[in-house]
Design a protein around this ligand. Structure first.
Ligand SMILES: Nc1ncnc2c1ncn2[C@@H]1O[C@H](COP(=O)(O)OP(=O)(O)OP(=O)(O)O)[C@@H](O)[C@H]1O
Length: 270
């Protein structure tokens, strides 16, 4: 675990963040203390284009996710979902607002090849435990428990390159669990996966939620069928959360948006 509370999964991501684009006014990332696991309040974030134009991406965006639950984050392309997730993870620094989040926390990437780096499954899940001063038996026990939680125990000794994309995602999640992550921030994990792998990953996440450790996950997705596995959902548009609540309300809202969009498009074509 890194000193800033990020897991090894997050450590790699910093190289993806172009610091030139960050407008840093203040940094407020503190530990959460009540029954929510994730809270962002009035978060703003902007990027500066190569032409020097400042473009707002998050616009006083607020979100609260209860502890021990799996919530989905949805919204149109470019509305700011990944940016919000990175701000919550501490990978991007908001220009304004505050983040409260339980720790340890882990951010898992869309592309598992960006974070599954060791030659075998066992070595990869154990990778982040090096700094925790654990005995060999403790490391092994954590690795096995985490792999079991994501249904990958039988792959313990497998070379990483023999795994499918979804299996690699589950190894990445096991790595986060091995580090006792209380919060998983999951960025479109199933985008590149076939249906079988997609279900394997979502069921693995579902299986890790709650429990004694009260693990909480926020899952960015475009796939409406994944909502069936969620305890709640958040819908973003234009840099802010516009709906926050139970899955059926969010599904209805999305359907209404789709109908309104189709009508608008038809009118334009007339
Ligand atoms: N470094 C950057 N430079 C310029 N624009 C950026 C940068 N990072 C994000 N953006 C812009 O900010 C907006 C939000 O991006 P973000 O990736 O958060 O959206 P998203 O909702 O996750 O999109 P998608 O669903 O397509 O993955 C987009 O218009 C994107 O082009």
């Amino acid at each position: 675990m890194r000193s800033d509370g990020l897991s090894h999964s997050c450590a790699f991501s910093l190289s993806f963040v172009n610091q030139k684009h960050l407008l840093v006014r203040r940094r407020l990332v503190v530990r959460a203390s009540s029954d929510f696991a994730i809270q962002g309040r009035d978060l703003s974030f902007s990027v500066t284009t190569l032409q020097g134009k400042v473009v707002p991406v998050l616009n006083r965006c607020s979100i609260t996710i209860p502890e021990g639950q799996l919530w989905m984050l949805l919204g149109p392309n470019g509305c700011g979902k990944s940016t919000l997730l990175k701000v919550l993870a501490g990978l991007l620094i908001p220009t304004d607002g505050a983040v409260h989040i339980k720790r340890p926390k882990s951010y898992v990437f869309q592309n598992p090849d960006h974070q599954v780096v060791m030659p075998t499954v066992e070595a990869d899940v154990a990778f982040g435990l090096g700094k925790l001063n654990l005995t060999v038996d403790e490391v092994r026990s954590r690795v096995m428990k985490s792999l079991e939680a994501v249904g990958m125990l039988q792959y313990l000794l497998r070379p990483i390159q023999t795994l499918s994309g979804g299996q690699k995602q589950r190894v990445a999640i096991a790595g986060a669990l091995a580090e006792s992550s209380r919060v998983l921030l999951l960025d479109e994990l199933t985008t590149f996966l076939d249906e079988n792998d997609q279900m394997g990953v979502i069921k693995a996440v579902r299986n890790t939620i709650g429990g004694l450790e009260k693990v909480t996950a926020l899952w960015v997705t475009h796939r409406l069928e994944e909502l069936d596995y969620a305890d709640g959902a958040v819908y973003m548009d234009d840099g802010k959360v516009v709906m926050h609540g139970n899955v059926s309300d969010i599904k209805n809202y999305i359907k209404e948006q789709q109908v309104a969009y189709a009508k608008k498009k038809n009118r334009k074509n007339l």
